[in-house]
Design a protein. Structure first.
Length: 178
């Protein structure tokens, strides 16, 4: 485990407004060999499971460059510097969907991919939501909010239409915590 790994050195290889990439060299003492690992630093995220008064969910459809496809997922986004995760969740919920919640409840914290990413994803349930807010998308953001029953959500997960891994994990946290 960690006691068998000795940190040797770090080199920053890329840095922009979205992410930075570092190479970390470690010695794995069990086999007496060194390896350079690539690590990606990004902002922490807030991810929201919006639930309407009717108990239906709200998801957003949006274009994602990484897969060159439209995805169906829960709303969320980066937590700004010095911003509390719950405030980021409230902000992202309204910006992407126009929803306001009667109550926002923390339901978990996830490591998106600890193999090479350093950020955390803070997950919230937004309860008693209604479309009373104002959508305010970022410059290159294009979302459409869709109401979906739980049965339909489960079917879309099974079929792969709702396939964003963090959103599926957030749904699991919602089911296990509320």
């Amino acid at each position: 485990m960690k006691k068998d790994w000795k940190f040797i050195k770090e080199e920053k290889v890329f840095d922009d407004t979205i992410l930075s990439i570092r190479h970390l060299e470690y010695k794995y003492e069990k086999i007496d060999k060194n390896m350079v690992f690539t690590v990606q630093d990004m902002s922490n995220w807030a991810l929201i499971v919006p639930v309407l008064e009717s108990d239906d969910f709200v998801a957003v459809r949006q274009f994602r460059v990484g897969t060159n496809s439209d995805t169906l997922e829960f709303p969320g986004g980066a937590i700004n510097n010095q911003e509390e995760p719950i405030k980021a969740a409230e902000r992202e919920l309204e910006e992407e969907t126009g929803l306001k919640a009667k109550k926002i409840v923390p339901i978990g914290i996830m490591d998106p991919n600890p193999a090479f990413m350093t950020n955390k994803c803070f997950v919230f349930a937004a309860l008693g939501c209604s479309f009373t807010g104002k959508i305010s998308l970022d410059l290159f953001e294009d979302t459409v909010a869709l109401t979906i029953t739980e049965k339909d959500l489960q079917q879309k997960i099974k079929s792969g239409e709702f396939s964003q891994s963090l959103s599926i994990a957030a749904y699991s946290l919602y089911k296990n915590n509320l």
